[in-house]
Design a protein around this ligand. Structure first.
Ligand code: PMT
Length: 327
């Protein structure tokens, strides 16, 4: 695969951006897994996408009882990961523990539309007094499509899941994955759907033990988390096709801020979404282009997902912008 690129000098990617964040215990193990996964995908000539998903927790104590968190459920990341896999991309899925996972998410749904694992099985009494566990026959069509897709991905070793909880874990794993995909050149993509904390309490300022309520409400000084998007796009994964997200609650800021990010970090695409309409409306913003992806009410009622449209759009852009041909 041929690729040439020039590193932008406009954004200073901070070489020491992670210095303030202590590395997770599993960092070496995760790095090894990611590197060997990338080697495998290279040998199979597959495109690879790093998908980040879920929110990062910011601990308020060393022995953590309390932390600052956010709303993210991992719906965007887990759904997009499935559509990338369907399209033949291998996926490094960096996700917050206990948020939604590709395939498994179909078994976690509440309400009438989805399956829950408890509804799928039935206990049948046998004549000898024992009980047999059977799969509810009415669930088989839905279950079999999820299982077929999952098993195919598993057999072909196309999915690597890396779990994080805290902001520190997330930042280190993102760096490891973004650097690891370098040998894939332009056939790699980074899809930054995680909701990353903007503020944190530095390690030196954290109390060791649980904050005591008897001492009254604590005053907590938060520090700004450096934006890692510059590091990803200009340094760690400088050759890859980088897609970031911009989330706002005020519509008047959304497109403006998405455009600013694009200009500042010089990556390929920003997906802008508003909190309240994030399941049905996404703005795809590039330097030359701005289009809106909408999931209609009818599509939504039929179980459609805006991530299917988004992934199809991004794959097309990845091919067009980078003009890479692959198997
Ligand atoms: O998980 P769901 O419930 O499905 O919700 C999906 C989503 C709304 C979380 C997702 O669509 C989304 O918008 N994710 C990005 C949210 C976010 O962090 O937005 P932001 O405007 O704060 O940050 C913009 C970009 O900067 C993000 O791509 C983020 O990866 C990056 N960032 C953020 C903070 C930081 N310290 N460094 C960063 O690089």
């Amino acid at each position: 695969m041929n690729c040439s690129f020039s590193k932008s000098k406009d954004v200073e990617a901070d070489e020491d951006a992670l210095a303030a964040f202590s590395p997770p215990k599993l960092l070496d193990e995760v790095k090894e897994k990611v590197l060997s996964f990338v080697q495998l995908q290279l040998s199979r000539k597959r495109k690879v996408v790093v998908v980040t998903s879920g929110g990062t927790a910011v601990p308020l104590e060393h022995k953590t009882v309390r932390f600052i968190d956010n709303f993210s459920t991992g719906t965007r990341g887990s759904a997009a990961a499935e559509y990338f896999l369907q399209a033949g991309y291998a996926v490094i899925f960096i996700h917050r523990r206990k948020t939604l996972m590709p395939f498994r998410r179909h078994l976690d749904k509440n309400g009438s539309k989805g399956l829950t694992i408890l509804d799928m099985f039935q206990l049948h009494p046998e004549s000898d007094g024992s009980q047999t566990l059977r799969v509810d026959q009415t669930q088989i069509p839905q279950l079999s499509s999820v299982l077929t897709a999952y098993q195919s991905v598993k057999d072909q070793e196309m999915l690597l899941c890396i779990e994080f909880i805290t902001l520190c874990d997330y930042l280190h794993y993102l760096k490891v994955a973004a650097e690891a995909i370098h040998p894939l050149g332009r056939s790699a993509m980074v899809f930054l759907a995680a909701a990353v904390a903007d503020f944190y309490v530095p390690g030196y300022a954290l109390p060791e033990h649980k904050i005591q309520s008897a001492n009254g409400p604590p005053v907590i000084h938060l520090r700004q988390v450096p934006k890692m998007l510059g590091n990803v796009a200009q340094q760690w994964a400088e050759v890859a096709f980088v897609v970031s997200f911009k989330l706002e609650t005020d519509h008047s800021l959304l497109v403006k801020k998405a455009r600013e990010a694009l200009v500042k970090y010089k990556h390929q695409v920003v997906i802008a979404n508003l909190l309240e309409s994030r399941r049905t409306k996404l703005e795809v913003i590039t330097v030359e282009d701005h289009c809106t992806l909408i999931l209609s009410e009818e599509e939504l009622n039929k179980g459609g997902e805006v991530e299917e449209k988004l992934v199809a759009d991004l794959i097309q852009r990845h091919e067009q912008v980078f003009r890479v041909t692959w198997n």
